[in-house]
Design a protein around this ligand. Structure first.
Ligand SMILES: C[S@@+](CC[C@H](N)C(=O)[O-])C[C@H]1O[C@@H](n2cnc3c(N)ncnc32)[C@H](O)[C@@H]1O
Length: 279
């Protein structure tokens, strides 16, 4: 365990569904082990605050993993480079859309991973409400965030650099990540949420991303891992379907304040589940 990791560090990215608001509950519910595996790492709020010897942090979002790798590899050099994009004059819609276009042109020509990572950080902090969204051709399409000022997350990046040597970062699907876990690992899964109301178009709407099939596959993989002696904690909305999928797990319920409502009806509290699969 790393002894001097202070608690409640904020992640460097704004990320829809990030677990910073409930970090103490997630940490208290995670079993002990040597290595923490996060197949849906997102903004890595759990990594920033957990205490394991080693970490495997993965996500299907290649831009996210590229940013983490670059920051780990280049440290201060990356921070200095990224800072230049956070000039107050760059907090304007015209500049945002120019830089977003540049980012999207890089999609076909990812020659300069450092520039792409810095642009991703700029877009994340200047864009709308911590959303990360791409169109069908892979173009980043989050609108300008219209904030009066934008925070440059230097302290958060420095903290990340101080702990990143313990972690490896991989772009991969959650199923691949979980199948390659080993005894001694503890897995924390924070998948895209199940919808609060099971609408008829759920599977169609999510056809190309994370739909019912993936939610069921995740629950099955969690059972398989638990049978191999690898505990798995999953967080999700508390819905009848979640309770069905996680019927074999120990369940804990909590109320969470959310800024982005999946119902599209503004901000509010949602009931969430923590499901622990453990033999
Ligand atoms: C709710 S967010 C995780 C939030 C994270 N725990 C945090 O604190 O920021 C879900 C993540 O799952 C990732 N994701 C979506 N589909 C995936 C898949 N098939 N395999 C792996 N990751 C996936 C998304 O890119 C996103 O980062």
């Amino acid at each position: 365990m790393s002894a001097n990791k202070p608690k409640n560090q904020r992640p460097l990215l704004k990320w829809a569904g990030n677990k910073y608001p409930i970090i103490d509950i997630v940490l208290a519910s995670l079993p002990k082990g040597k290595r923490l595996v996060e197949p849906f790492v997102g903004s890595a709020a759990v990594f920033f605050n957990a205490r394991y010897e080693r970490y495997l942090l993965s996500d299907s979002n290649g831009d996210l993993i590229n940013l983490y790798r670059l920051l780990k590899q280049h440290g201060d050099r990356f921070i200095d480079y990224a800072r230049s994009l956070f000039e107050p004059d760059n907090n304007r819609a015209e500049v945002y859309y120019l830089l977003r276009d540049e980012f999207n042109r890089q999609h076909d020509d990812p020659d300069d991973p450092m520039r792409r990572a810095a642009l991703f950080l700029y877009l994340n902090r200047h864009g709308y409400n911590g959303l990360c969204r791409y169109n069908a051709s892979g173009g980043y399409n989050v609108p300008f965030g219209r904030r009066s000022s934008v925070y440059f997350p230097e302290a958060e990046m420095r903290f990340f650099i101080s702990i990143a040597a313990q972690a490896i970062f991989q772009q991969q699907d959650f199923a691949h990540c979980m199948r390659h876990s080993k005894p001694g690992d503890v897995i924390y899964c924070d998948p895209p949420y199940l919808p609060l109301s099971a609408t008829a178009n759920f599977t169609a709407y999510h056809r190309d991303s994370f739909g019912l099939h993936q939610q069921a596959q995740l629950a099955q993989l969690a059972k398989d891992c638990a049978a191999r002696g690898i505990p798995v904690l999953i967080s999700n909305h508390d819905t009848p379907l979640a309770r069905e999928l996680y019927a074999d797990a120990q369940l804990q319920t909590l109320q969470v304040q959310r800024n982005i409502s999946c119902k599209g009806d503004g901000r509010g509290k949602a009931s969430e589940l923590l499901a622990l699969f453990k033999d």
